[in-house]
Design a protein around this ligand. Sequence first.
Ligand code: GLU
Length: 532
Amino acid sequence: MTKTSTKRKLQSSADEKRLTSSVVELNLSTSRSLFKSLDLNGDGFIIKSDLINSLEQRGILPDDIRISETIKKLSPLSDADKIDQHLFHEVISQNLTLIERSLKGDLIIPDFITFSDIVTDIYEAVRPNQGGAVADYIPQLARVNPENYAISICTVDGQRLSLGNHDVSYCVQSTCKPINYCIAMEKNGEKKVHQHVGREPSGRGFNELTLNKDGLPHNPMINAGAIMSCALIHPELDVSERFDKVMSFWQAMSGDVRPGFNNAVYLSERQTADRNYALGYFMREKNAFPENTDLHEILEFYFQCCSIELTAGAHANVAATLANGGICPATGSRVMSAETAKCCLSLMYSCGMYDFSGEFAFSVGLPAKSGVSGSLILVIPGVCGITIWSPRLDEYGNSVRAVDISQRLVDRLNFHIYDSLITDSNKHDPLLQKNEEKLKGVMVANYAASQGDLNEIKNLDARGLDIDVADYDGRTPLHVAAAEGHINIIEFFIETKRNLSPRDRWGATPLEDAKQGKHTSIVELLQSHTNH
Ligand code: GLU
């Protein structure tokens, strides 16, 4: 080894050591400030429930594999055991990043408590809705308790909320259609897939005996299209391996939860499948399938996919993987390309709700897919996946309660795809920090007043923002404009007949601010419109 290379090696190992020690220092200071935020009475100790409860309030639950090391280290402790700063650092160090982001309100839904309260409210309000009837075309579905009712949410940051029967398994039925489409896309690419299946809403029943003008199924979200997706999934493999691939895909999307399989449902589906067979033969007659497709094998494969079982909790992870552009939030693994997720969501948006798809896209404005078991997956792209399960169906085959919940969710939260266009909406924005909505408005209004920017003040007023609103110190745009000498703003407040004498936290009115700033014309104007 030459002298120079030895020197370089020593130098780089010194750099590495310096880097490691500064990372250690940074981690220590992070855990110190997190500890302080939990040690509310400042006595230098916390107990384990302080940490666990704080994480739960932010949607990070104790069974989250991303904090498993922390939970393991906490498990021998009881709530009588005190945790000091040193032990705290040791406990959280392996999961520091996620814990830091959670406790600092840095996850996609920062105020998870308010969000959970709104969802719980809606869930309870919809519970009395007993409209519709359970699917009865096979006995296994007819026997399901119609009172089952669950909602599960998983955000793209893995924050979770589950209510009701979220740990009871049900078969996925038509919610397997988007997943099979994704697998087919990953394997073959868009061009090849759409040589065999269209992407237009059919405007016809989900199992109607109809194909598009090219003799292909209208889209992958109806039966004919879903059978076609099955024909495009690993045709080179034998039936058992092919089904294994599908199960592994579901497992990867659901955060490493192995799905179940309901053999009785599968056998019944197979026995009552005349329509699906008819669709298959119709497509075969039109040469719609890829070469060498074994129709019977493919139909059975399709019935098997419909008979996969999952809980609403795991199903929400599946929806969240789509919301997260193909990366499972629970494991951080990429399950499909972002492009595949995008194509799938586009089709769910236009075709996912049987004959109600257009109405759902209009009024709810979100990609969704429902199945006759009464489950519905709803995706808020970039935010979260939601699964609702309630077996009673409406005339279109959609769960009555799931549609009801979806509509109420977008009434209260700004989740409709085009809600961003409505600036004066009073819907809650879950992506903002607590009070951020209000504070942002106050800051913008006060800044506009400080610049004498009358147009901006008028715009804010037109958008429905309360321009009399005061900041933390009780300072209103009128105070600020008076102090800075912007008479145009004062005139606007007079013309629009607002309170001209608000007091800030020190008791000062805008008139007093104008006097102090020696803005004589404002002083006179305000005096002539107030009693001072
Ligand atoms: N197994 C059902 C069928 O193909 C799926 C029904 C559905 O959920 O839409 O008839």
